[in-house]
Write a protein of this length. Structure first.
Length: 173
């Protein structure tokens, strides 16, 4: 039985929701799955595979994601590993692949890590779930990028079929 670790860095919970979906699908493939916040990661030695999911916050992945990768890069490189990024930018067809997503490209350059499998997923836009400052910043960004700006908007941009396809790839790795 494959022993898989899924680590997540989430702010508003969509990355965790995606990780839970992936974990359930991997369990259906017979994998034993452990999930943890990246800040509470167990030792990697007992895992065959490691998947990291991280959301974008104010245009960047959180620093603890980079810290973890820097500290464990040799172990990640020695295992089947994957990474996915969650952002509202990934809602756009021209920016929803690892090759075309600017946040993924910045992540790869900054981290120096080359995961074996990568994906980019759209996030969840819920203005009512944000504090006043975040709500206004995100509305401004959405206005610039021609996204929804109505303060009552709550829309999930995650393509669940794409999540399932990525999970199938990771399960087969």
């Amino acid at each position: 039985m494959t022993n898989t670790l899924i680590l997540y860095s989430t702010v508003h919970g969509q990355t965790l929701k995606i990780c839970n979906t992936i974990a359930e699908q991997l369990r259906q493939h017979g994998e034993q799955v452990t999930m943890a916040a990246i800040t509470e990661a167990p030792a990697l030695a007992s895992f065959d595979k490691v998947l990291i999911g991280a959301s974008i916050r104010h245009g960047k992945h959180r620093s603890n994601v980079y810290d973890f990768i820097r500290e464990h890069q040799a172990e990640l490189d020695a295992k089947i590993s994957g990474f996915f990024s969650v952002s509202l930018v990934a809602r756009k067809p021209a920016k929803n692949t690892p090759e075309t997503n600017p946040y993924m490209q910045a992540f790869l350059e900054k981290s120096g890590w080359k995961p074996k499998l990568m994906a980019v997923f759209g996030g969840n836009l819920n203005y009512q779930g944000y504090g006043a400052m975040d709500r206004n910043i995100i509305r401004f960004i959405m206005w610039i990028t021609k996204g929804p700006t109505d303060p009552n908007t709550c829309v999930e941009f995650t393509d669940w079929q794409k999540v399932q396809a990525f999970t199938e790839q990771f399960a087969a790795a």
